[in-house]
Design a protein around this ligand. Structure first.
Ligand code: BGC
Length: 876
């Protein structure tokens, strides 16, 4: 019998979900949880290991069938099942699609994170899952990071608190959580090969604390090593990370598993702290490791330790006291009502109001009779981004259907997508033959010339084909050699003078280069998967434009498409009409799973046509509300001043449409606060010059016999050099940079508007009972008052500054927060604790956390830029 090991009731006090009537919570699951480690467990494991052969041990440390730890039949050890994670149990069919991690962080509600964990653990038990592959806690550096939407934003403390509570929730249901991706998986650009390089202080202060909280506070059962290298060493063989820090400093006793195909050696990984290679033992297998053990390169004790960690987790979570089938709880409904409620609450708490000129929101439904909703993200629902986290929900609610259903009978909701789809762009583009004038050479349907070369450098005699559109390589029936180059050439005749949008989308990580009228306008180096890219090019009516698309592909069935359209024709006439006739217009812009995903980085500018759509709608309707679906910032400079209302809805999960309706109508007060800083531009972000690795130098290219084609199109899984990114900004990331340098971002970290107003007063800082010279510990208390006329929630944030430190430190660092929900006129007295670590920085010289005595400053407020209460503190 397994029992809850955390005090769930205490953890839930501030979560609005718990205010639901008992009937609404009736499907709340029974609680189970890990039993503490003990000498008896270690003794039991000794007995199990003693009965195993070396072959059995080496088999065990490589997974099987994509998502399983192998059984060891001779000792009755069952096969264990895994599932992604982190936004729902996705691997085994449809399920609850919870909000993205970044949305959960925007709720600033650890109790809600715990509820999500409980609910997801429940979903896992309904499907017999032993390990959930989540949460993901990598830090947000730049908007383009393809997996930001899964993670918890730019601040290590906020990320750590959300992660720890999520983990406690999952594990309370007898399911092992797996915190990932250890470490510094802060971009998807070339993720198998990129080395994230930084000094030790930056690593310890920014990129490790969320993992540390997962281990020390969340007691996570498993850690997943990332694809990338850290300081030149792959994570799966990085002794400093896996052994010095995780095991020795943090005393982590659970399993270290690899990300899927993130293991790059047998002995290196075995000695580098990796316990389990997933999805299979490609390197850590009997064939490679038996000789290594025999020759003494890898000790039997090292192998036994890995086996021990797998067994320890399994015993602590009760997997050995039941047959594996018992992990499935047949009494749990697969279509979870608890999941629906948690997902709705997440969307309600995370949608962040950033601008509300003239108090347009909440909408006055006595005056608003017609709402137009437009944009690619209005329908269908986009609960989450792409990749391994993507969950197919049973019944996701889009913004369009959510608004229409919620307002039925009161407000008419009109809908238009407003923009062509990618396919329409591609299919509706007509070209002219490169080898003749249109009048001499009437349209034949074969206007694009394709030259296909069997090498990556456009050398030799090509195969030549003609097709009507640049839609794909001709004839999947003609397998092409891998690593070949293809040149498409055509002419395009613009009907009017103006800017034209050229949209290109290649599948499968292929590289390409688009050249228009002799000028290169898009260069896409080879990436692991990628979204479409576009360029705007001015063309003159009637003058043929030469179009050349150079394409390097890995695939036998290469696939690339190009579409062209006048920018003035992008927004459909229908969209402009319904925007003009409605009393308010909602434009739902942003990304979808093909555009923002694991495996590649996204664009900073919104996908094609969306800026123009916002501009057109804002021009037609003064009551324009923009809502953004994205894992972070986007370029808003073209239209922000022209729209009165801006919401960031992140990836809101399956109930996003219901939540948006409640927020627009005022049924729910918006309460999301930014877990990231929104820079004014990509250039303003301190990461700007140290995000993309430098391309190989001519010397490197010469040394490696590279041509441009080889560099752009070469196999990204096996490059012959490692691109390095040095994190130049150090610890001055996000608001740590803006506050220290007195730079105003567009919207600061921690910021979010409400329909009501709050004030802060009565700050008091006092030593705690355990305060001493070696252990500075203080309590910070203050009042938060709802000074408006309706109920609402604010996020009280506590920052600490250390102006007298011997090293330069950020002006403000988040060290505590509390989500405060208040009736109008009500006040809450908030008390937060500061411990030694709240004052400490990582000293490279001492290789330890260091507190320099002297002056500290305590700041309290509701964003990193708005801290109305401050007090100096002398730490002896
Ligand atoms: C992802 C992991 C995921 C794993 C299993 C990998 O591609 O990076 O986050 O858990 O696949 O699906």
């Amino acid at each position: 019998m397994r029992h809850l090991s955390v005090n769930l009731v205490a953890a839930c006090l501030v979560c609005a979900l718990c205010a639901l009537p008992a009937a609404a919570q009736s499907s709340a699951p029974e609680f189970h949880g890990p039993i503490p480690d003990s000498p008896a467990i270690e003794h039991q494991i000794d007995g199990m290991i003693a009965k195993m052969t070396l072959q059995e041990k080496l088999d065990l440390i490589g997974g099987e069938d994509s998502m399983f730890i192998r059984a060891v039949p001779s000792i009755g050890f069952p096969r264990l099942k895994m599932s992604d994670g982190p936004e729902g149990v996705r691997t085994w069919g449809p399920d609850t699609a919870y909000a993205g991690g970044i949305a959960l962080a925007a709720s600033w509600d650890p109790a809600l994170a715990h509820e999500m964990g409980v609910s997801i653990g429940d979903d896992a038990r309904a499907r017999g899952v032993n390990f959930l592959l989540g949460p993901g806690v990598n830090i947000y550096r730049a908007a383009m990071g393809g997996r930001n939407f899964e993670y918890f934003g730019e601040d290590p403390y906020l990320s750590g608190q959300i992660a720890a509570h999520y983990i406690l929730g999952v594990q309370s249901q007898g399911v092992i959580a797996t915190v990932k991706h250890f470490d510094a998986n802060n971009e998807e650009f070339n993720r198998h090969n990129l080395s994230a390089d930084m000094d030790e202080r930056t690593l310890r202060e920014i990129y490790l604390p969320a993992f540390e909280a997962a281990v020390k506070q969340g007691h996570v059962g498993a850690v997943m090593d990332s694809y990338n290298l850290v300081n030149g060493v792959h994570s799966t063989e990085n002794k400093h990370l896996n052994i010095d820090i995780l095991r020795n400093d943090w005393h982590f006793h659970g399993i270290v598993m690899s990300d899927w195909d993130a293991t790059y050696s047998a002995v290196g990984a075995a000695n580098g702290g990796l316990d389990l290679e997933m999805p299979s033992g490609q390197f850590m297998n009997p064939q490679n490791l038996t000789p290594a053990v025999q020759s003494g390169q890898v000790s039997v004790a090292t192998i036994d330790q890995k086996v021990r960690r797998i067994f320890r987790d399994a015993i602590r979570f009760g997997f050995l006291s039941n047959s594996n089938q018992d992990q499935i709880d047949p009494s749990i409904a697969k279509y979870s009502q608890l999941g629906r409620k948690v997902a709705l609450q997440e969307a309600l708490e995370s949608i962040t109001l950033l601008k509300n000129d003239g108090h347009l929101l909440p909408l006055d439904l006595n005056k608003v009779h017609t709402i137009a909703i437009l944009g690619p993200d209005a329908w269908p629902a986009e609960p989450g981004g792409g990749g391994s986290s993507h969950v197919d929900a049973y019944a996701p609610v889009s913004f369009m259907t959510g608004l229409s259903d919620a307002f039925a009978g009161k407000v008419k909701v009109l809908y238009a997508r407003g923009l062509p789809t990618e396919e329409e762009m591609f299919e509706q583009t007509e070209f002219y033959n490169v080898s003749g004038q249109p009048d001499e050479n009437p349209w034949t349907g074969n206007e694009v010339k394709i030259e296909s070369f069997d090498n990556p450098n456009f050398q030799g005699t090509p195969h030549v084909f003609h097709v009507s559109h640049i839609l794909a390589y001709p004839g999947a029936d003609r397998p092409a050699p891998a690593q070949h180059s293809i040149r498409y050439a055509a002419q395009y005749q613009p009907a009017t003078t103006g800017d034209y949008l050229f949209l290109v989308h290649a599948d499968g990580g292929d590289a390409y280069k688009l050249i228009v009228n002799g000028r290169t306008v898009i260069v896409q180096p080879s990436r692991e998967g990628q979204g479409p890219l576009y360029a705007e090019v001015p063309l003159t009516a009637g003058q043929l434009a030469s179009v050349q698309l150079d394409y390097w592909t890995h695939s036998v069935v290469p696939h690339i498409s190009l579409g062209i359209r006048a920018v003035s024709d992008l927004v459909t006439p229908e969209a402009k009409k319904i925007a003009a006739l409605a009393d308010a217009a909602v434009v739902a812009v942003g990304y979808d799973p093909s555009e923002e995903s694991e495996g590649f980085d996204r664009t900073y500018v919104l996908p094609f046509g969306q800026d123009q759509l916002i501009e057109a709608v804002a021009h037609a309707n003064p009551h324009t509300i923009v809502t953004i679906t994205a894992g972070g910032n986007v370029d808003m400079h073209r239209w922000l001043a022209d729209v009165p209302v801006l919401l960031h809805n992140w990836y809101p999960g399956q109930e996003g449409g219901r939540a948006l309706a409640q927020i627009l109508s005022g049924e729910h007060d918006p309460e999301g606060h930014l877990p990231i800083s929104l820079a004014r531009s990509w250039e303003q972000n301190p990461v700007h010059d140290s995000y993309y690795p430098a391309p190989p130098t001519p010397e490197q290219m010469a040394k490696e016999s590279y041509s441009e084609g080889v560099y752009l199109g070469y196999d990204y899984y096996k490059p012959s050099f490692t691109p390095h990114v040095f994190y130049k900004e150090g610890v001055f990331l996000g608001y740590r940079y803006y506050t220290t340098n007195d730079i105003q971002p567009l919207f600061p970290f921690g910021f979010g508007l409400s329909y009501t107003t709050f004030s802060f007063s009565h700050l008091a800082v006092a030593p705690s009972a355990d305060n001493s010279a070696t252990n500075p510990a203080y309590t910070v208390s203050f009042d938060v008052t709802n000074t408006g006329s309706r109920e609402g929630a604010d996020v009280a944030q506590l920052y600490v500054g250390d102006p007298s430190a011997k090293v330069k430190r950020p002006m403000k660092e988040l060290k505590g927060f509390d989500k405060v929900r208040l009736a109008p006129g009500a006040t809450k007295h908030v008390t937060l604790a500061l411990d030694r670590r709240s004052f400490a920085y990582w000293s490279d010289a001492k290789n330890n956390w260091q507190v320099d005595p002297g002056r500290f400053v305590v700041y309290v407020g509701d964003s990193s830029e708005h801290t109305p209460l401050t007090q100096d503190l002398q730490v002896p």
